[in-house]
Design a protein around this ligand. Sequence first.
Ligand code: EPZ
Length: 418
Amino acid sequence: MSKIVVRGGNKLHGEVNISTAKNSVLPIIAACILSGDKCIIEEVPMLEDVFVISDILRSIFADISIDKSTNRIIIDTSNVKDCDSCSELVKKMRASFLIMGPMISRFGRFKLSLPGGCNIGTRPIDLHLKGFSALGAEVNIGHGYVEARAKKLVGNKIYLDFPSVGATENIMMAAVMAEGETIIENAAEEPEIKDLAKFLNSMGARITGAGSGTIHIIGVKDLKGSIHKPICDRIEAGTFMVAASITRSKIKINGINEEHLKPIIAKLTEAGVYIKVQGNSLIVDGNRDLNPIDIKTMPYPGFPTDMQSQMTGLLCTVRGTSIITETIFENRFMHVVEMKRMGANIKIDGRSAVIEGVDKLTGAEVKATDLRAGAALILCGLAAEGETEVMDIYHVDRGYVDIEKKLKGLGADIERIQ
Ligand code: EPZ
């Protein structure tokens, strides 16, 4: 197991380039199944989750070549078969459930092991299955598996009880070749949804309204291969914005999309951080007297849950009382007990964390419990007095390319120890 060791206190300076978005690339790789053709995805972040979903597609006989020198993935799904060979792999990563929609669309049936929950919540799939059923699939759950069968998928109007990102993506992919029109209401509006729809439309799909709460899909006969460059990773960008803020430093972040960062820019600005957007870059200057703020995580365009742990870490270093309320996942405060080992003063009250800022965090041995919590603990280590060891760093590697190299490039005293 590798760990990351951070010796806190350094100011950051210089520039960092943001990778493309993991949460855009994963559904897009799944969507390649629909083409039965060759697709090329450019500038793919070389992340563990990308390798896992690639192995899952290989297990159903897709031919995938990953060129790490150009960050290009070529995916040929012409030989993909409806088989149950990938179930074990699916347990490694929840997002692999995103192949369900494309597989029942292309083959009229598919069986997968139920994706497990994870540390941040039970992660149900009821809304995914509600959508498949509404399109005419017969869905059965038993023995830890879920199977969907449909002689023919027929368009329908589907209302999502919650604007689930994954359910919106899975249903969209199941509907693109269904007969007639599908309307998804109360759909997720995240930028990654829009990016997936853009890719599907480049393959010949007819999707409008992606990125709004209502998505219209007119079924088409078939889809063709395409080439696509995914959007930038707004959560990685936000993570580096917090890195500058928690170390009270000024850095430049390149390869961002201002529109996607609005809620993060708004809340950091409210906390007193100076942020200036320059095209697809932004200057973040955290070297100011910051003030406490309250945050409530919400579906996009609200404040993203994937930035909650990073902001919790920042607000631990801001004098005064801040309150962060997590409304998306039922158990996304595991980083709090780790931050308290570093001297943070946080009380959990139901779905809220009440944070009393302290003058100094102190380095400690802490554990990453999920991808974003791990990133947040590294950020706390940057500001803490002394040395912080973040264990179980594999969580972080799922969503951040070379995080320690990027931070080292900004002047952090940080290293990975295998
Ligand atoms: C996506 O997960 C992201 N993952 C998550 O990012 C992100 O935190 C989440 O969206 C919310 O923005 C990927 O895109 C691969 P949801 P997803 O379905 O699709 C409930 C990261 O750190 N729900 O929007 O699984 C669910 O319990 C990861 O990169 C149902 O009730 O999220 C949760 O409370 C973590 N029934 C809420 O919706 C369902 O059928 C949000 O889940 C599906 C979801």
